[in-house]
Design a protein. Structure first.
Length: 274
């Protein structure tokens, strides 16, 4: 989304889209900047005006996408992956008793077919009733009201932490808090030690896990080390998914306090189903 930031008053800025609608505001109160974004029901707090703009831009970009379950994907859908966008070219049933699906995507000129479990989620581009052209923009940049910090539950992440982001690492899912620098990696259910591929072959789970951590490392997200020197296990969900602890090497808040980290970890555990 293309936006332009404008100064409204001392310590008060607003962002407008191409239609002139106000879609975000940033106001300084004391040493803290308060960021509000249209269609979003929480106030984010950061330390600098630059961080306020970055957070607003990220939230507005995220609003272009919706979480959708694998069984609801259709040919032609545009998906967002950790390093770009791809297009769904086919969705087929595997035909086993696990209800798995083969999802084929065209990504950076190459076709790739993956096996996913029902209930696996992807980020799909919303239909053109876009956030940018909607009438639900902020009305008054100088006096935008504070919003309730609760988010509706459902397939989206619900928490009191304002910066949770989901990263699709097929078949793993990472959830990170870019403000506090915390995160978790959620593994698929333990149906087998190996995960099947369309040709009848299988990839060892450990190999896929190592690959997921390599991809996270390229994004500045690292695995937290446990007391035994291995991976730090945050917990195991009721359906047997292991949840490993992560940290972001360069988060927005340089030194989050203990309470912020504790709140973030609680939100991450909730998002992971622990």
């Amino acid at each position: 989304m293309e936006i332009t930031w404008n100064k409204d008053a001392a310590g008060s800025y607003y962002a407008a889209n191409r239609s002139g609608q106000v879609v975000a505001t940033a106001r300084k109160e004391g040493r803290t900047w308060h960021v509000e974004v249209a269609h979003d029901n929480r106030v984010r707090q950061v330390g600098t005006y630059r961080q306020a703009r970055d957070v607003a831009a990220r939230v507005l970009e995220d609003q272009r996408w919706e979480q959708v379950r694998a069984e609801h994907l259709t040919e032609g859908d545009t998906l967002r992956f950790y390093d770009g966008e791809g297009r769904v070219t086919a969705v087929e049933e595997v035909g086993n008793n696990l209800g798995q699906l083969w999802v084929t995507t065209l990504f950076k000129g190459e076709r790739d077919t993956i096996t996913v479990y029902p209930g696996s989620t992807f980020e799909r581009l919303r239909e053109p009733e876009s956030v940018e052209e909607s009438t639900h923009a902020l009305d008054n940049p100088a006096n935008a009201p504070a919003r309730d910090t609760e988010q509706e539950t459902g397939e989206h992440i619900a928490s009191d932490t304002p910066a949770l982001q989901r990263i699709d690492l097929r078949p793993f899912v990472a959830v990170v808090d870019v403000i506090a620098g915390t995160g978790v990696l959620i593994t698929p259910p333990p149906a087998s030690e190996d995960l099947p591929l369309p040709g009848g072959s299988a990839v060892p789970r450990d190999a896929l896990l190592a690959g997921a951590f390599r991809r996270l490392s390229a994004l500045g997200v690292e695995a937290l080390e446990g007391e035994d020197g291995g991976l730090s296990l945050e917990g195991v969900t009721d359906d047997g998914r292991k949840v490993f602890s992560l940290y972001i090497s360069d988060c927005i808040t340089t030194e989050p306090d203990f309470e912020e980290v504790a709140t973030s970890i609680e939100a991450l555990r909730k998002a992971a189903g622990l």
